[in-house]
Design a protein around this ligand. Structure first.
Ligand code: NAD
Length: 259
């Protein structure tokens, strides 16, 4: 209890899935949480359930003006911003040969543009509050080859690289804003449900590849939330520019041991 006492945290994509788990844990640990999402119905419901320690603000992270507006509103209403979790993300199935321009641009705009706009406007706000933390949610797709969701892996690679850039920028300018990336394996959320259904519909090799990939242990979103909490809190005060994989060891397990 109290690991985020007196902190104000903004969580994008906080209405469902991993972001929802972050919001629940952050509130338990004493934070005031702003859930920012395109899904207003779910986000408002969650904020109501969390009571006085949370609110919902509608945000499409693809718009820089909208992202800046949300951060300005948080600072105006709550006097500070200490933590940003850039969690909003989308995935579309598609191999390097079948990927469509529309799907590619959509995935990049949510996963990458959102992170860039969020960091840009959170850095001065968190600095003004005396320092804090940005946590960018990437994926194991930034590390392993993921041919059935090619655009997504490109996007998550960009998030990992950009995290280091933000961390070094803040360090060089003494801004006291730390920035780290989290790389989940497979966690049971609405995103993963949709992905499994879409890839299964596509059929063939892509479907088999995907099933093999996710057939390992499915994690609980609360596992990711505990890692995000550590990186958001002052307990990780000397850690910045790092990537944290959370996959129950799947990425380091040899194929022979997976059978
Ligand atoms: P999810 O689809 O269950 O939830 C994502 C949330 O983001 C939703 O509430 C959705 O409404 C919101 N969102 C989508 N587009 C948005 C936009 N333009 N602006 C604001 N909000 C938007 O997904 P999840 O599984 O909880 O994923 C959360 C993050 O974790 C994503 O970045 C995802 O890529 C990453 N991730 C998830 C897994 C997994 O196995 N679930 C694995 C690796 C990485």
């Amino acid at each position: 209890m109290g690991r985020l006492k007196d902190k104000v945290a903004l969580i994008t994509g906080g209405s469902k899935g991993l972001g929802e788990a972050d919001a629940r844990l952050f509130v338990q640990e004493g934070a005031f949480v702003v859930i920012a999402d395109v899904d207003a119905a779910k986000g408002q419901g969650l904020a109501r359930e969390l009571g006085d320690s949370a609110r919902f603000l509608e945000l499409d992270v693809r718009s820089e003006a909208a992202f800046k507006g949300v951060i300005d509103r948080v600072v105006a209403d709550h006097k500070q911003l200490n933590v940003l979790v850039n969690n909003a993300g989308v995935v579309k199935p598609g191999s390097p040969e079948s990927i469509t321009e529309e799907d590619y641009r959509f995935v990049m705009s949510v996963c990458v543009d959102g992170v860039i706009f969020g960091c840009k406007h959170a850095i001065p706000a968190i600095t003004a509050a005396g320092g804090g933390s940005i946590v960018n949610i990437s994926s194991v797709a930034s590390i392993q080859g993921v041919p059935y969701s090619a655009g997504y892996s490109a996007a998550k690679g960009a998030v990992e690289a950009y995290t280091r850039t933000v961390a070094v920028h803040c360090k060089m300018n003494n801004l006291k804003v730390r920035c780290n990336s989290v790389h989940p394996g497979a966690f049971l959320t609405p995103m993963l449900d949709d992905m499994l259904a879409n890839v299964a519909k596509a059929g063939g090799e892509a479907s088999d590849q995907f099933k093999r990939r996710v057939a390992g242990t499915m994690g609980d979103p609360a596992d990711v939330a505990r890692l995000v909490l550590f990186l958001a809190s002052d307990e990780s005060s000397y850690i910045t520019g790092q990537r944290f994989v959370i996959d129950n060891g799947d990425g380091v397990t040899p194929l022979s041991a997976k059978r």
